[in-house]
Design a protein around this ligand. Structure first.
Ligand SMILES: NC(=O)c1ccc[n+]([C@@H]2O[C@H](COP(=O)([O-])OP(=O)(O)OC[C@H]3O[C@@H](n4cnc5c(N)ncnc54)[C@H](OP(=O)(O)O)[C@@H]3O)[C@@H](O)[C@H]2O)c1
Length: 329
């Protein structure tokens, strides 16, 4: 039996994305076959689809680190045919065929049963970007961060992780500084709950001083590089930052002072390899106390055929919010 998928192929050292057909019998030998109803686009998918060998070693390949769908067949004991499920991360979309195809075959240990109060479609409005925002928030709350402690920041705020971080902070009553390179989105960001919008160019500088004015009680950083380096130095006493991204650079130029003179904590987040029970906890929160009633409002819904151009857009840093892929069944 054949199914439709995005296929990334290597041609004369160039990477080309096209929509083609694959065989279910060629899927990896894992225990659970899932009919994918929705997927979503993340920065990591764009890296895989453009030949980044740190993400995907062998081509042709079908990327897609997110999938939500229905179990078609399983030889495992954890789920049964017909269960509605969510799969994010682990090796899916990296070196295991991913959610940019109508079928995936994965180990049952990678699967979360969809909670009652959220639809498959809503789950892919969150996707890995949302899960990552949720994991960042979980760390900060466990650290003890509260709205009364003062302003928090979100960097890379118009991106997938950023926008959901902003919405979650708002839901929990925080006052938020939204750091962006897209100042024309100020009104939109304020409509989602940003209290102020800050031009990222004012932070994208060589380290200004190891201890700057203490402004933030914490924040979520999806950018890294110089922006994170400067934010670290602008935190107040006992602040906490969760960092997860690297669109602004891989290195960190900072000083020990914010850590030993202000007691700053810096948490690193890796959503892909998070323990499955932690993923279950975040999905459960998204369906209850962290439910975002407006999660569907700022989603761009596309078909598989439209994916190649959206991949180019996310690589250029031009994407605003989330892109969800719906399969026509
Ligand atoms: N650790 C994890 O588990 C995990 C999980 C998911 C994603 N990530 C990482 O988190 C980052 C964001 O992912 P995403 O899916 O939200 O990506 P995205 O949708 O492409 O958003 C990235 C945002 O960063 C900002 N940006 C883009 N280029 C930049 C640059 N050169 N310098 C500074 N800011 C820039 C832009 O927002 P503004 O214009 O508003 O500034 C952009 O919208 C990526 O590095 C991704 O790999 C990590």
């Amino acid at each position: 039996m054949e199914y439709k998928a995005l296929i990334t192929s290597e041609e004369n050292k160039n990477f080309v994305n096209s929509i083609g057909t694959k065989k279910i019998s060629d899927l990896p030998d894992n225990d659970t076959l899932i009919k994918v109803k929705y997927s979503s686009l993340n920065f990591k998918d764009a890296l895989s689809a453009s030949g980044n060998k740190g993400v995907t070693r062998n081509y042709p390949h079908t990327p897609g680190i997110d999938a939500a769908g229905i179990i078609e067949k399983t030889s495992g004991s954890k789920f049964k045919s017909g269960d509605e499920v969510i799969v994010t991360g682990y090796d899916m979309g990296m070196n295991t065929n991913g959610g940019f195809g109508e079928y995936i075959k994965v180990p049952q240990e990678w699967i979360v049963k969809k909670p009652e109060n959220i639809t498959l479609s809503e789950s892919m409005a969150f996707g890995t970007a949302g899960l990552t925002a949720g994991l960042c928030l979980r760390k900060l709350l466990a650290h003890g961060l509260k709205p009364d402690d003062g302003d928090v920041f979100v960097s890379g705020v118009t991106g997938g992780v950023g926008i959901i971080s902003l919405m979650l902070f708002k839901k929990l009553g925080f006052s938020i500084s939204a750091i962006t390179g897209k100042l024309d989105q100020e009104e939109f960001l304020k409509s989602l709950g940003a209290n102020q919008v800050i031009d990222r160019n004012t932070l994208d500088l060589d380290l200004i001083s190891p201890l700057q004015k203490p402004i933030y009680s914490g924040g979520i950083d999806a950018v890294g590089g110089k922006i994170l380096s400067n934010l670290i130095c602008s935190t107040s006493q006992r602040a906490a930052i969760a960092c997860c991204g690297m669109v602004g650079g891989l290195s960190l130029d900072t000083s020990i002072f914010p850590f030993i003179l202000r007691g700053l904590s810096l948490f690193g987040i890796d959503s892909a390899e998070s323990l499955i029970d932690v993923k279950e906890e975040i999905w459960s929160n998204f369906s209850s106390n962290w439910k975002l009633e407006n999660i569907d409002e700022n989603i761009k819904d596309i078909s598989l055929n439209e994916l190649p151009s959206e991949i180019d857009k996310i690589l250029r840093g031009e994407q605003i919010g989330r892109v969800r892929i719906a399969y026509d069944w």
